[in-house]
Design a protein around this ligand. Structure first.
Ligand SMILES: N[C@@H](CCC(=O)N[C@@H](CS)C(=O)NCC(=O)O)C(=O)O
Length: 220
């Protein structure tokens, strides 16, 4: 039996969507972020040394990294659904978007989130200086980098129903978290195709079931 170790308000929500789409039987172990730090509780370290979510376990598997888990689940439990596309150009799209999600899109999003939290934590006297430095780094690198990635994603979705081929695949699962958080945070006004793609997934019965099972999730 598969177990998914799931943290509230986190990337693991997309795994629940995948498992619901595939009608896989699974057990859900829920963990709650620390109210002050937002970090995962120490119990997750007993499941995997990195102590982050998601983690998938079976009697003989303990796998972290959502991309790795998506590939594992689709390969062993997919029965052809959400699978790696066979057609060469779709296969290349699949590889690209599956890795782009965590490799290129998430890092500037996380950095900007961390920087804006950091600004609030600096003592009031030092805040103007801290703001100047942190905004300078964001404006010089993370912001333009993120906008470039989002424009590229938007242009793909203006011409394609899914990220790779004619049906949803693991690439869509991976792209969901960065894009649904963007929409939920009200930062997607310039990206109508991204908004429509997120809505299309949110409207699916399997997504709704995943939401019900996962509990607290601020991005849907
Ligand atoms: N690239 C990893 C990222 C894992 C990750 O950072 N997960 C976050 C949840 S969104 C987490 O567990 N954060 C809590 C912590 O770091 O303590 C993946 O895709 O699985």
């Amino acid at each position: 039996m598969l177990t998914i170790h799931h943290l509230n308000n986190s990337r693991s929500q997309r795994l629940l969507w995948l498992l619901e789409e595939l009608n896989v039987e699974y057990k859900l172990e829920k963990y709650q972020r620390d109210a002050k730090t937002g970090l995962a509780p120490v119990e997750l370290k007993a499941v995997h040394p990195l102590g982050r979510s998601p983690v998938l376990t079976t009697e003989n598997v303990s796998l972290a990294e959502s991309g790795a888990i998506v590939e594992y689940v689709v390969r062993h439990y997919g029965n052809g659904a959400f699978a790696v596309p066979e057609e060469e150009s779709s296969y290349q799209q699949y590889l690209f978007w599956l890795h782009f999600a965590e490799g290129s899109l998430m890092p500037p999003r996380v950095a900007m989130l961390v920087f804006s939290k950091a600004k609030q934590k600096v003592p009031a006297l030092l805040r103007p200086l801290a703001k100047k430095i942190l905004d300078g780094i964001m404006d010089a690198y993370y912001k333009p980098n993120l906008i470039q990635s989002l424009k590229f994603t938007e242009s793909h979705l203006q011409n394609h129903a899914w990220f790779a081929g004619t049906e949803p695949t693991g690439a869509d699962v991976q792209m969901l978290f960065p894009l649904e958080t963007l929409v939920a945070m009200g930062q997607a006004d310039d990206y109508p195709a991204i908004k429509a793609w997120v809505k299309k997934i949110h409207d699916r019965p399997a997504y709704q079931r995943a939401l019900e099972k996962g509990g607290e999730y601020d991005y849907a």
